[in-house]
Design a protein around this ligand. Structure first.
Ligand SMILES: [Zn+2]
Length: 147
C-alpha cells in the first residue's frame, strides 16, 4: 500500500499508539484488540502490525503470528465466556488492513442466525429443483384444489 493510505489507516494509528484501542494481546508482529462494534461480548480483531491489505499477502512469520495470536485469545475467550465455539473470519472491505474477526459464538446469536440463513441459501437450489419435479408439482396442485 502507498504511504498515503497508511497515513489514513485507523489500524496503523492503533498499532502506532496514536489512536485508542482496548488492547488484549500482542506479540512482535500482531496485535489483538476489542472490536468497538462487537457482535458479542469479547469480539476481537487480530491485526497485523504492518500495513498489509489482505491476509494472504502477509509473509510467513506474520501469518504464523496472526494465527498464533488468534489461537491464544480464542482459548481465553473459551475460558472466560464459555461460548459454543470461536468464530473466525477475514474480510477487510471496510478497512483494508489485515484483520481477523474473532468472535465468541452462541447458538441463536446474530452470527449464528446469519450463517444459518446463509447455509439454508447454499442448500436451497437442490430443494427448489425438487419442487419442480412432476410428482411434487402434482402433489402441490392436488393440495390446493382441495377445500
Ligand atoms: Zn494500516
Amino acid at each position: 500500500m502507498s504511504e498515503k493510505s497508511e497515513e489514513k489507516c485507523v489500524f496503523c494509528d492503533i498499532v502506532a499508539g496514536k489512536a485508542k484501542a482496548y488492547k488484549v494481546y500482542e506479540d512482535e508482529l500482531s496485535l489483538v484488540i476489542l472490536d468497538i462494534h462487537p457482535y458479542t461480548k469479547g469480539h476481537c480483531l487480530v491485526l497485523s502490525k504492518r500495513h498489509v491489505a489482505w491476509w494472504h499477502e502477509l509473509n510467513e512469520d506474520e501469518t504464523a503470528s496472526l494465527f498464533k495470536c488468534a489461537n491464544v485469545v480464542a482459548n481465553r475467550m473459551m475460558k472466560k465466556f464459555d461460548p459454543d465455539f470461536i468464530f473466525l473470519y477475514a474480510r477487510g472491505r471496510r478497512i483494508p488492513h489485515t484483520h481477523l474477526f474473532l468472535i465468541p459464538t452462541f447458538s441463536g446469536d446474530v452470527l449464528d442466525r446469519f450463517f444459518n440463513a446463509l447455509e439454508n441459501f447454499q442448500e436451497s437450489p437442490a430443494e427448489m429443483t425438487r419442487l419442480k419435479e412432476p410428482a411434487s408439482m402434482e402433489e402441490a396442485a392436488a393440495l390446493l384444489k382441495e377445500n
